[in-house]
Design a protein around this ligand. Sequence first.
Ligand SMILES: Cc1cc2nc3c(=O)[nH]c(=O)nc-3n(C[C@H](O)[C@H](O)[C@H](O)COP(=O)(O)OP(=O)(O)OC[C@H]3O[C@@H](n4cnc5c(N)ncnc54)[C@H](O)[C@@H]3O)c2cc1C
Length: 488
Amino acid sequence: MEQLFDAIVVGGGPGGSSVAALLARAGASTLVLDKAKFPRDKVCGDGLTPRALYWLQELGCVDEVLDATRSYITSADLFINGRPALTGAFPATGPYPGFCILLERKVLDHIMIRHAVAAGANLRTACTVRDVRATPDGAVVTALAEGVPVSFRGRVVIGADGANSMVSRALGNRIMEGVTAVSMRGYFENVSITGSHIQVHFDEPYFPGYGWLFADDQGRANIGVGLAVDQMFPLRGSLHEIYERFVEQSLAKPLQNARAVGKPRGGWSSFYRPGKMLADAVILIGDAANLGDPISGGGIHMAMESAHVAAPVILQALRENDLSAASLARYETAWNRRNEIDWKIGELFLTIAKNPHLRELWLYVLNVIAGIARSDPRFQEFVGGIFSGASQARSAFDPKIWFEVAPLDPKIWIDALIPSRSLKFSALVPETLEGVRLMLQALRGVITSPGATWEWGGEIFVKTAELAVCYIRNELSAVETAAAHPEA
Ligand SMILES: Cc1cc2nc3c(=O)[nH]c(=O)nc-3n(C[C@H](O)[C@H](O)[C@H](O)COP(=O)(O)OP(=O)(O)OC[C@H]3O[C@@H](n4cnc5c(N)ncnc54)[C@H](O)[C@@H]3O)c2cc1C
């Protein structure tokens, strides 16, 4: 007979630890199963965004996390095609602080899992889950613990087992079926940094995606590169070679006296909604549900946020003794209400940008945006907020916000749009020709691969329509809520 728990959490990363702490604290008997032994490494950039710090505070362990870091970072340097394009500050927007921190996942995840255990969760490590069989009365989880078959019964199972989620596959979802950011990262010591301790590099070989250098105050840096691919536009060449080229060419200066620590390792996060986010007695959170931010690629804050959205629904379902998919669907509804529009905007952006023929054109557009942000602090705060996840992506489509943040000074636009910053005929002609060349190059690429172009165009059309429907549904629901609660 299997041991019975109210909740079994598969995976003790940021999502799993958060949901386990919230459930155990509320009195639910909770078991966390993880294939690793903590402290364990996880391939990541180790950047905790302002939004991640907010969720750590909500969970009650932000002080311990802040005590463990050696870097508070308030600004980031952006490079486009190898050239410095912008130094931007992290905006302090809404409830989020105006800084981010770096903390190795070995340390962060260990703090978080200890926090869950202190809240009353049981933890079983070195226990690899192999199967989840769900019924409306609960689910049976079978696993291998140090090579020995074991099984447990949970009234509900939370799949928090990351991008290669076994629980998601048990629901019938397919892994890496849509846009996926494949990445490689390594550590270096003795790195010389003159500007911001965060560098973000946009460059042709890995767009959409970026290279990064995240350095702490003692010259230790997490360096990596990630790019979005899918079946339509698969990875050309080797990720390891792209990483090596990034390290040798783009980071030659900060790494001139540095030494690599260990070997670089690869990882991935997907950015498409899986077929099912839940089923009878099963819920997926964090990377297991592909909930990372498609714009920045960051997923730690989204994993924690999904845990905070899921926990009250799970507790209510346990109280009502109704763990059916219909009851747990309140989680998906609540998640969509908070994030669906912004997430879909990011997904649409990735869908448009993933066509490699448009890379140079996009980099030109990014250069223009960076140019405007360089000259106008309000615009910079707006763009920085969207990229760091502190502002909602939907604000990029709000004419009222554009009216507030778009600079009125024509000189700013001229400087950003015309790289030579000159209106002289002799400067304008080559720049216009360069613009036309970029357009023609993009057009030629799109025309010479008609199959992929049709498929890609169709996907953009479908995603735009889905976004429009989602937007209208959201507006209607806001009107209904306002009508039902006129005093609010
Ligand atoms: C190269 C790279 C860089 C990134 N950089 C950043 C960044 O700087 N900032 C950011 O916010 N996000 C970043 N991300 C994304 C971030 O790593 C994830 O979004 C985040 O870790 C998701 O948390 P999670 O709790 O959902 O899953 P995970 O952190 O992946 O945790 C899953 C847990 O499940 C366990 N597990 C897996 N399978 C099983 C199984 N079958 N049985 C038992 N246990 C299992 C694993 O051991 C692990 O402990 C990066 C991702 C990559 C690949």
